[in-house]
Design a protein around this ligand. Sequence first.
Ligand code: 6R9
Length: 680
Amino acid sequence: MWLPCRCALKSAAASFSRSGVFEPPCLNVVRRSSGNVAAFMPEAAGFLGVSGRDALQDFSVSDGDGFWAAVARQRLSWIRPFHRVQDCDLSRGRIKWFEGGQLNVSVNCLDRHVHTCPERVALIWERDEKGSEVRYTYRELLEMTCRVGNLLRRHGVKKGDCVTIYMPTCPLAVASMLACARIGAAHNVVFAGFSADALAERIRDAESSTVITVNQGLRGGKVTELKRTVDAAVQSCPSVRRVFVAMRTDNPVAMTARDIPMDEEMLKEDVVCEPAVMDSEDVLFLLYTSGSTGKPKGLVHTQAGYLLYAALTHRYVFNYHDGDVFGCVADIGWITGHSYAVYGPLANGGTTVLFESTPVYPDPGRYWDMVERLKVNQFYGAPTAIRLLIKYGDQWVKKYDRSTLKTLGSVGEPINTEAWEWYHRVVGEGRCPVVDTWWQTETGGICIAPKPSDPDAEIVPGMAMRPFFGIKPVLMDTEGKVQTSNNISGALCIAQPWPGMARTIHNHHQRFIDTYCQPYPGYFFTGDGAYRSEEGYYQITGRLDDVINVSGHRIGTAEIEDVVNQCPSVAESAVIGYSHNIKGQGVYAFVVLKKGVNVQEADLSKQLSNMVSEKIAKYACPDFIQFVKRLPKTRSGKIMRRVLRKVVECDLDGLGDLSTLDDPAAIQEIIQGHEKLLRK
Ligand code: 6R9
């Protein structure tokens, strides 16, 4: 694997950022003082009459253009200034920010920091092997990025192409993302836990002709054959012309004519790479996520708006300051890794941790050992890991010095009160604010979180609470009307566009409109339900569609059903989520066999699990498979998932109105079968 080279031959930083065309970055510096708001947020210095965080939030929503223009001018470095802040029409799915503006995202994340502080650490790679972390300075990361950029260019990757990255969380993966941004290609990072079929589907949909991978992955001490998975995937991807293979372990792998040894070839490249001039609305990346159909959606994020939103939320939700070490333990294959392990921290000139391992490897003290060793100031993780660690006891936490911690973050799923309290009391010694951050792949960055808020403002356990700047959440009733009162639940929508939101679904703009813009015309529909408390705080109650959340990973029930239904013995299936005490939600599959099929249920269960793991990923495998004679359906043939959910939750009193059921006897059989399965 590419390691930092400690001797710089020449400066790789693009020199045009010194030309005076754009304002030099001046982060965390108060230029003009205008009351306490400017001390808190320098970008707000010009907002006359705005004092206090609440007033700033109000201003950011009521004068969104004024707010975002000021922030965009000051926080990003532009090659050419934008002439229009936004041109959006949510009802038509038209979202454009900072039109006329030109910039390069990699210059914003690297070159400008190399000019001011080349030797500052950009990345700390917390490798799977504990205690072997590697640091990369901004200069080194820029050089690595430039080499990858030149390599991609030399092999014909052009502006507008899409490069699929199938790699573990490591510096070369970050450099690959930034190299794409440098030369104007979009990246499509696919989580390295996805199977060959899932990877192939994403490569094909993204129309990638280039893939970047490693020989093998290493996670929790276990080797995964990533190159072999890519080999299998590209068999069904005729568009793929080249596969770059970097070496994460020392074990050689079979190379084909299509494969290019990446580390070796990078050595031949120059450390200077001319950045492409990009329009604000050019594509920065695609990221696939599950929806309520069987086909994952390639959400599209663009350059300026995404970067600005990731940077601003990183700075203010976590109260990140220069010199802090930011520890987001998410994999780069998810949006959290994109926004808070890579783009947000790097745009802010921060030091960010890349965590390659698991919370329990080599033992359940791994996170806190890392916090002590790397002197982590902000720790950002998932409730599922917290719940897992609670089971191992406090001693694994207390063994390590956590005095550097200032803020603790949670993301991916609702955090239950017990987990929140433990995180706050044991991990944070009761002195670190816990920020439960709600957001989605679609939103690009955090939309609701307890911070920023006044230092003494309350934080309620298990609640995301307050909208971020520029975010106006609304709750809709069943008729699609905005509910204005408090102490009420509804479908969570966002009433006005914000720079970080996804622009479309790759090649399926109509699906984007249908999913997010049509359900409540004029509003962005999140797919989540939420409750607004008496005090006006938001609490997310969960998905309203057929998407479940397993260990913080989204998966559409339809995707799992599609795989199960491919089994020749299966007539049909229904997959639902149920409450699981560690994973948040588990997967429960009801399966109807074809007539005349005579198989051992245990064997078939194993076969179906293997199929899900091979076609999607391990985390999507059902925890329970119940074979049933028929599924409860309405007379029009719709599976009544509501009823199945109640059976699995053992809430038989809550089965509700069964009068629309085609065959009420089906339910009795299902209840009995469920009880039998639990007794096993
Ligand atoms: C960032 C991320 C998004 C879905 C989202 C919601 C759930 C995320 C949450 C949360 C309750 C939180 N979710 N954060 N639910 N509280 N703090 O996770 O993106 O993978 O796209 O998932 O996750 O249901 O709609 P993504």
